[in-house]
Every structure is written in C-alpha cells, then in structure tokens.
Design a protein around this ligand. Structure first.
Ligand code: PGA
Length: 255
C-alpha cells in the first residue's frame, strides 16, 4: 500500500512570521487520526520559523531546491548538508519553474537527486509537459526523457526515498487542472516507465503525486484515481482553510 502525501509548495511567498502562522494553522487543523503524510515547503529563509512551529507535529519539512555540491565556493547556493542541518526531511527537485526559468537540465537535476539522497534528504522529483508538448502529442516522450535523465543510475533502494510529482506545466498556477482521467493516464505511463527502468515492485511502490491547480474543489475526484497517490499544491496551500480541506480529502469518483 502506498501512503498518500499532500505537499504544500509555498514558492517565493510569505515572511517568517506569516510562514509560522500558516504552519501553526495547518498543524492545529490536522485530524489527529490522519493516516497519510503532510509536507510543507517554505522558502529557505522561513525554514527555521516553520521548523520550530511544526517540530511537535507529524508535518514533514521540505526545501524547494538545493545545490548538488556539499560545500565550497558556490555563492548564493544552499547545500544538502545545510538543508539537513536546518531540519529538512525532503527537497523538491526539478520543479518546472526551476527547469524553465532557471534552465535546469535533466543532467543537473540528476546530480541534485543523487546528492540529496546521499545526504539523507528524501526527494520530490517533478516532471511534466508544456501545453505545446501536449498539443503535439509529445507528453509521454517528454515524461520519459525527464524520468530517464533525472533518475539516471538511481537504484531501486534509492527510489524508495523518491516521490515523483507529475505536474503538467499548463496546469500550474493557471486554474486549469488536468481532468482526473488525464492525470490518471499520465500516472499510469509514469508507473510503466518506472517498471521498465527499475522493475515491477519499484513501480508499484513508488508514490506519484499530481500537481497543477489542485484545489479544495477538485482534490476529491483526483484522489479517487487509483494511480494518484497525493498532491503537490501551490497557491491553494497558502490558505490554511483551503489547504486543510485538500489535506482531509474524501475520494469520490467523478460523475
Ligand atoms: P499550483 O502550483 O497549485 O499553484 O498550480 C503547483 C506547483 O507548482 O507545484
């Protein structure tokens, strides 16, 4: 059984007191019986205030990016060792904003994934196609390239510390969610590709989150899909009441 995960990516939002207030509201609103994982990814400068707030809760802490190097002359970068020291459990790698705006290649992302795992950070590894790629029937080719490149030379053992997030770029921050069926189809493809790369058992146990305009209003239908194991949530994770509703989803099949 794959344990679902609901992850909030706060991107470049909030100051430290706003971040700790939001973390507190999420922590206080959690159902104590909740069986799945909840994770929040604040900006680097808010990691400490959020860590303090959630230290006595089951909420996991993640960074949004890191450098592949462990230390040295890399002005402006943050290393996996520093993230681990700051209390992070996870790091998000390969978000489409990193790929596009900061030109991060599959090769660089692969170095980051390996370095995170080596330093005992778990990884949320993001993949997804643009609208143009989807319209040109290139979705699966793109997902395949991103998986093969980003997860090159990753072992079955290492994969157990990686969560994959399928985030179609055209759905991120646009209010246009993939339909539950579109998401499910992409997740099946990702699972098949992982099977080809690392075998059936690895493919059945890897968690695949959906991301892209996940909201309180659409999470229930998304989570009813058998291959959607959770969500990576941007905008909606900045509002405590909405994010709490996403966290406490109730799977229902769409009509
Ligand atoms: P969104 O962002 O939920 O605001 O679309 C998702 C993401 O970028 O991870």
């Amino acid at each position: 059984m794959r344990k679902p995960m609901i992850a909030g990516n706060w991107k470049m939002h909030l100051n430290s007191s706003e971040a700790s207030q939001l973390a507190a509201a999420i922590k206080n609103g959690l159902d104590p019986q909740l069986k799945h994982e909840v994770l929040i990814a604040p900006s680097f400068t808010n990691i400490e205030s959020v860590r303090k707030e959630i230290s006595s809760s089951p909420i996991l802490l993640s960074a949004q990016n890191m450098c592949w190097e462990e230390k040295g002359a890399f002005t402006g970068e943050i290393s996996p060792i520093q993230l681990k020291d700051a209390g992070c459990d996870y790091v998000i790698i390969g978000h489409s904003e990193r790929r596009k705006i900061f030109s991060e290649s599959d090769e660089v992302l692969n170095k980051k994934v390996k370095s995170a795992l080596k330093n005992a950070l778990k990884v949320i590894f993001c993949i997804g196609e643009t609208l143009e790629e989807r319209e040109n029937q290139r979705t699966y080719k793109v997902l395949q390239t991103q998986l093969n490149g980003g997860l090159k030379d990753i072992s079955v053992n290492e994969l157990s510390n990686i969560v994959i997030a399928y985030e179609p770029v055209w759905a991120i921050g646009t209010g246009k969610t993939a339909t539950p069926q579109q998401a499910q189809d992409a997740h099946i493809f990702v699972r098949k590709e992982i099977e080809r790369m690392l075998g059936a058992q690895a493919s059945q146990s890897v968690r695949i989150l959906y991301g892209g305009s996940v909201k309180a209003e659409n999470i229930d239908e998304l989570m009813a899909q058998p291959d959607i194991d959770g969500a990576l949530v941007g905008g909606e994770s900045l509002k405590a009441d909405k994010f709490l509703r996403v966290i406490h989803y109730q799977p229902v099949l769409s009509k």
